[in-house]
Write a protein that binds this ligand. Structure first.
Ligand code: AMP
Ligand code: TRP
Length: 332
């Protein structure tokens, strides 16, 4: 059975982008078809200015939302990255395989480092090495497929390169993984700034639909989405980013495709109305289950503890093998 691994960072409240780009497939497809692991990648949340209490709260909330979105601990493994030492252990070895030039070429690093510098802050070294830790997350488990949104494709590509390089230099140790992207909504855009990704830690709040937004809030955000200067409803991501984003969201909520849906609508208003309702209905069951799970925090805690125990067993032999292959003495 193929192995699937993916993760979500507890750096902000989860968004419609996280759900459509990643989480929904994890529960609808991956956990049924693969031996799948889904990870709250909390170590990654420390790469930018952070508040310890907030990271803890967001980590619990992310775990609860993954279960609310349908991940079933009987079918897959849900755990927190920091509970499994193998991630950090392997990350160091991969730092000895990656180059600093490779790290500096990562688009997300360049963007986030620029934001930090513009704020007058300093850039944490871990922001630069973050993609290596992500590669370790993936490679530790012999992962075949990594279901992610399109913003993570470059990082998965790096994981592939590191796997190939390590295997060539030190002998076959790692499976070479590949990213699997959704067909639609691979990059959900900010409703107020449709040329930027809907990111959970962005400043443009009114353009972000959070999974736990009340229906009224969702409707308001979608109805106020920035559209384009033309009047007809056309699907063209370059020339019509605002309308195209709404068409993609609507398509992803149902089973249509954005081009075909463009032909159905004559006005922006009716497109927005239907998109808002589709999102509200899509998130309704997730929000309902989230409420139920919040009443039972011990259950969520138990899932994470059991998940970590399973994950440790899966990762340990391969990471130990990598330590030996690279030239380190066996520990016993
Ligand atoms: P992150 O929020 O960066 O931890 O992302 C978790 C997962 O959600 C990753 O697979 C991302 O690629 C995906 N994702 C995040 N934001 C979006 C977005 N706006 N559109 C599509 N996928 C997204
Ligand atoms: N970097 C990813 C993001 O920001 C999260 C992540 C960390 C991840 N490790 C991973 C995703 C391993 C897939 C596989 O979205």
């Amino acid at each position: 059975m193929k192995r699937v691994f993916s993760g979500v960072k507890p750096t902000g409240h989860l968004t419609l982008g996280n759900y459509l780009g990643a989480m929904r497939r994890w529960s609808a497809v991956d956990q049924h078809e693969a031996d799948a692991l889904f990870c709250i990648v909390d170590l990654h949340a420390l790469t930018v200015d952070h508040d310890p209490g907030r990271v803890r709260r967001l980590s619990r909330q992310a775990a609860t939302l993954l279960l609310a979105a349908g991940l079933d601990p009987k079918l897959c493994t849900v755990f927190a990255q920091s509970h499994v030492d193998e991630h950090a252990r392997l990350s160091y070895l991969l730092e000895c395989v990656a180059t600093d030039g490779e790290m500096r070429r990562m688009i997300q690093y360049k963007e986030k480092a620029a934001v930090e510098r513009a704020r007058g802050g300093s850039v944490r070294l871990s922001l630069l090495t973050y993609p290596v830790l992500m590669a370790a997350d993936i490679l530790a488990y012999g992962t075949d497929e990594v279901p992610v949104g399109d913003d993570q494709a470059q990082h998965v590509e790096l994981a592939r390169d590191l796997a190939v390089r390590f295997n060539q230099r030190y002998g076959h140790t790692f499976v070479v993984p590949r990213a699997t992207l959704p067909k639609v909504a691979t990059r959900v855009m900010n409703l107020q700034e449709p040329t930027s990704k809907m990111g959970k830690s962005d400043d443009v709040g009114p353009g972000i639909v959070y999974l736990l937004d009340e229906p009224e809030v969702i409707r308001k955000k979608v109805m106020r989405a920035v559209t384009d200067s033309g009047r007809d409803v056309a699907y063209d991501r370059e020339a019509r980013p605002g309308v195209s984003n709404l068409l993609e969201i609507l398509a992803a909520c149902g089973s249509g495709n954005p081009e075909a849906l463009a032909g159905v609508y004559e006005s922006y208003g009716s497109l927005k109305k239907d998109t808002a309702e589709a999102v509200v209905e899509l998130l309704r069951p997730v929000q309902q289950r989230h409420k139920e799970l919040c009443a039972d925090p011990a259950y969520v805690e138990g899932v994470l503890q059991e998940g970590a125990a399973k994950a440790r067993e899966m990762a340990r032999p391969r990471v130990d093998a990598a330590y030996r292959a690279i030239g380190l003495l066996p520990a016993m």
